[in-house]
Design a protein around this ligand. Structure first.
Ligand SMILES: Nc1nc2c(ncn2[C@@H]2O[C@H](COP(=O)(O)OP(=O)(O)OP(=O)(O)O)[C@@H](O)[C@H]2O)c(=O)[nH]1
Length: 217
């Protein structure tokens, strides 16, 4: 069996054995091997599920996208192995900062995303700031006797409530805020100002092009 999947303890070939095997493989295929976080694929599935839920329930949900600042310098100065250690350490902080219902994913090299269901707009900034500060405060060992601190830039957007949208548009909005945070100097949080006022023309089209709304146009 591949490294990372424990052999089931049930008798080989039994139903519990096969079920445990399937469960382990599903888990393996949804996780990033370096950090143990959800991988890009399971993040995209979770995002699509969440946007459906928001459209049905009207509950607010926040998407945060994070990127380690000047990460290339870490690799260049301390080597790729140390860079991997920084990616793992930041992942650990993110996991500690969120509620069990939130999903933390590694979406790319030094990029992460967090889906926070049922997160009221008034708390969004506080949650993101707490994450930013915790990462900044963590000493990370990159070589014997050498510790550095990493910082992250964070962008965020709320799913538009009561409006049909797509995971792709939601992610695009959060990404725009991340670019703002990077452009404004890094180690910053930028959230889209309000949950519902910034409905894009594409989302308006998705809303009004369904037959149930045609009478109102
Ligand atoms: N150690 C390590 N490095 C990675 C991994 N994936 C991507 N990288 C490196 O991450 C670096 C990302 O660099 P850039 O995209 O230039 O970003 P940056 O240096 O963080 O700069 P800003 O994002 O603008 O603050 C590149 O050098 C990649 O080679 C990985 O899994 N492990």
């Amino acid at each position: 069996m591949q490294a990372g999947v424990a052999e089931p303890t049930a008798p080989v070939g039994s139903v519990p054995y096969l079920q445990a095997l399937v469960d382990a493989l599903v888990d393996l295929s949804s996780r990033d091997p370096l950090t143990g976080l959800a991988n890009r694929r399971s993040f995209e599935l979770a995002l699509a599920r969440e946007i459906d839920r928001v459209a049905r329930s009207g509950e607010p949900a926040l998407l945060l996208v994070l990127d380690i600042d000047h990460f290339k310098r870490v690799n260049d100065t301390w080597g790729h192995g140390a860079g991997d250690g920084v990616i793992r350490a930041v992942a650990g902080v993110l996991n500690e900062c969120v509620r069990p219902m939130d999903l933390v994913a590694r979406t790319g090299g030094e990029e992460y995303a967090i889906v926070l269901p049922n997160c009221a707009p008034a708390f969004g900034e506080a949650v993101a700031e707490r994450i930013r500060r915790r990462v900044e405060a963590l000493p990370i060992q990159v070589a014997p006797g050498e510790r550095i601190s990493a910082t992250v830039s964070i962008g965020g957007a709320f799913a538009p409530q009561w409006v049909r949208s797509s995971a792709h548009l939601w992610l695009e909005r959060a990404d725009q805020q991340l670019y703002r945070a990077k452009g404004r100097g890094r180690n910053l949080v930028c959230l889209e100002p309000t949950a519902v006022s910034l409905v894009s023309s594409e989302e308006r089209r998705m809303l009004f092009e369904t037959s149930q709304f045609l009478d109102f146009e």
